[in-house]
Design a protein around this ligand. Structure first.
Ligand SMILES: [Zn+2]
Ligand SMILES: [Zn+2]
Length: 346
């Protein structure tokens, strides 16, 4: 397209220079003076060549050059008359400025070859020249022409427009790319932030779990200490325990005033003296079995006693909690902390 344009402009300059130099159109070695050449720049017009030759022009030329690439031209002839050897010919202007006849077999229209009422010239050109060679001076014609420009988006006239559109599209592409890049970067930054937050969160959870583990370990340690303290509580055969407690209660009963240190226990024993001898006292409240002489019983600091297996199971069922006597709900470890600690140490 550019080459074509360059060629066209070169041809235009050549034509201009030649016009300045000779100021005349040369057709078939016949020179038409500028006074007899007319330029028509509109896409459609009517040419009225009545009484041709009256102004002294032997030949006349009409240059149809609307400044556009022409696809075809339609001529509608309403009236034509040729006298003698007068002729009418159509020419296309080549890119090098040369004229080329457009009539069939280069036969110009004449009295023997009349112009058809409708004539199509389908030749891509920029300019069409009508030349009426009428030395007789009596020929005339009236014809209307209408040009059809070359359609298509690669027209040289539209080149600037297309360049502008291309530049616009390029700008849009650039800005879209930039925008996408910015968006991606922002997304990446956000993702990185989220990742670091996740890492932070997992680290936090890990530390929390660790702390919980430490707490659990401490709790386990305490539980182990409690269990050993509980297992260190005195366990004796029932027979032995019964005889010793009877003896103790008797001692307590008789020397209530003298034994100040055992006052509380003695008081309790005195109150429960009657109950201990009852049938109820002789059975374990955990398994509801009566005590036999050879059964091992564990005596709690509150002086309540149970089968060793029964009370151990009872304590096992309340792991990690404060143990209590099934009868009086007193904490067997809180009653004598010093003794329990001593037992645990032992
Ligand atoms: Zn029992
Ligand atoms: Zn108790």
């Amino acid at each position: 397209t550019f080459l074509r344009r360059l060629k066209r402009s070169a041809a235009m300059w050549c034509a201009l220079l030649s016009a300045l130099g000779s100021a005349a159109l040369v057709v078939n070695e016949q020179t038409i003076p500028p006074a007899c050449a007319f330029t028509l720049s509109s896409m459609s017009a009517t040419i009225n060549a009545q009484a041709a030759g009256a102004d002294g022009c032997e030949a006349r030329a009409w240059r149809i050059a609307p400044g556009k690439s022409l696809d075809r031209i339609q001529f509608n002839t309403s009236q034509s008359y040729f006298e003698g050897t007068d002729t009418l010919d159509f020419f296309a202007v080549e890119s090098d400025g040369q004229l080329r006849s457009l009539t069939q077999h280069s036969q110009p229209f004449s009295a023997s070859n009349p112009i058809p009422p409708v004539l199509w010239l389908t030749q891509a050109t920029d300019e069409v020249v009508l030349v009426l060679d009428a030395p007789s001076g009596g020929s005339s014609f009236i014809m209307h022409y209408s040009c059809t420009a070359v359609s298509g988006f690669l027209l040289p006239e539209l080149l600037d427009l297309w360049l502008a559109i291309a530049a616009l599209i390029f700008c849009i592409c650039c800005s879209v790319t930039l925008w996408m890049w910015c968006l991606r970067r922002r997304y990446q930054r956000r993702t990185r932030a989220t990742e670091s937050m996740l890492v932070l969160h997992s680290e936090l959870m890990r530390r929390r779990a660790e702390a919980r583990g430490e707490l659990f370990a401490e709790e386990q340690e305490a539980e182990r200490a409690r269990t050993s303290s509980l297992s260190a509580l005195p366990a004796v055969a029932y027979l032995e325990h019964r005889s010793s407690s009877q003896r103790l209660s008797m001692v307590s009963y008789h020397s209530q005033d003298e034994l100040v240190t055992a006052e509380q226990r003695a008081g309790d024993s005195a109150e429960e003296g009657e109950r201990r001898t009852s049938e109820e006292e002789a059975e374990c409240c955990l398994c509801m079995e009566g005590y036999r002489d050879e059964d091992m019983v564990r005596v709690l600091p509150c002086d309540h006693y149970f089968h060793r297996e029964c009370i151990d199971k009872w304590f096992d069922s309340t792991q990690f909690q404060t143990r209590s006597c099934p009868l009086c709900k007193r904490d067997p470890l809180a009653a004598k902390p010093a003794a329990a600690a001593a037992a645990a140490a032992a």
